[in-house]
Design a protein around this ligand. Structure first.
Ligand code: NAD
Length: 265
């Protein structure tokens, strides 16, 4: 049967293991017939990514560390040579020194890690868009992953929240720039999920339990939930959507107070 993504080719950046959000997205896309290329950061993660990628029929499994711009250039050179064009990119990359993801933002944050967090977690999406759109002469869809700590203060999220705000703003600028070319640019703002990156945030368990108790759907989200929403944003079903920050968080972002009856008075 013909899938929603049959005939489309795309790049998945940010699989570290089978718990990664990028892997949930990749599985949803592959199930609908997409042809996928994967990147991995460093040889140790490469050993984990290769079998996952192969299990969804991928033949392109390429190294890329976004801190090293020459590796980003090499990645897109290979994609151009192998495929010639590209229909979509998933950017599910974030990093900050975990020593700065605890305590007060004002005390924890250094210039060095602020810059590094910004480059890896925010500016890399722009650098990827700069290269990817050139392989999208007939249009395409770019997707990144963000978190609600960008617009509201979440304890310990600190410099990552500042970087996610920059990332979300870049989604809007890139969407405006690339719209004429038919390239759409969106973000999914996911609720907390237990992943390698998520484990770097202090008291992640408390945040997880709090959201499960107070989100409208009374649960946290899964990588399959994110995969379903990503499928929509990367397919032609969302042809009229760009510049959007789409929350996949069991509704947590609409809540202003704990659920009634949950606090003892
Ligand atoms: P993850 O640890 O599985 O994925 C993070 C990925 O970033 C890894 O694959 C890692 O290799 C990659 N990465 C880090 N630095 C890199 C670099 N210099 N070059 C290339 N790749 C690099 O964790 P995840 O939770 O799936 O994270 C994916 C994205 O989702 C991140 O942007 C994260 O901020 C975002 N997000 C996560 C949550 C959550 O609760 N887990 C919630 C909202 C948004």
């Amino acid at each position: 049967a013909k899938g929603l993504m049959t005939g489309k080719r795309g790049l998945i950046m940010g699989v570290a293991n089978s718990h990664s959000i990028a892997w949930g997205i990749a599985q949803a896309l592959a199930a609908e017939g997409a042809q996928l290329a994967f990147t991995y950061q460093g040889e140790a993660l490469g050993k984990r990514v290769a079998p996952l990628a192969e299990s969804v029929g991928s033949k392109l499994i390429l190294p890329c560390d976004v801190e090293d711009i020459s590796s980003v250039d090499a990645l897109f050179a290979t994609l151009e040579k192998e495929w010639g064009s590209l229909d979509f990119v998933v950017h599910a990359i974030g990093f900050s020194d975990k020593n700065e993801l605890k305590g007060r933002y004002i005390d924890a944050t250094t210039r060095e890690n602020f810059s590094r967090t910004m480059v890896i977690s925010a500016f890399s999406f722009t650098e990827i868009a700069q290269r990817a759109h050139k392989l999208m002469p007939l249009g395409g869809s770019l997707l990144t992953l963000t978190y609600g700590g960008s617009t509201r203060v979440m304890p310990n999220y600190n410099v990552m929240g500042v970087a996610k705000a920059a990332l979300e703003s870049s989604v809007r600028y890139l969407a405006a720039d690339l719209g004429e070319q038919g390239v759409r640019v969106n973000a999914i703002s996911a609720g907390p999920i237990r992943t390698l990156a998520g484990a770097g945030i202090a008291e992640a368990r408390f945040m997880f339990n709090f959201q499960r108790a107070h989100a409208p759907l009374r649960r946290t989200v899964t990588i399959e939930d994110v995969g379903g929403s990503a499928l929509y944003l990367l397919s032609d079903l969302s042809a009229g959507v760009t510049g959007e920050i789409h929350y996949v968080d069991a509704g947590y972002n609409i809540i202003s107070m704990p659920q009634p009856g949950s606090l003892k008075s």
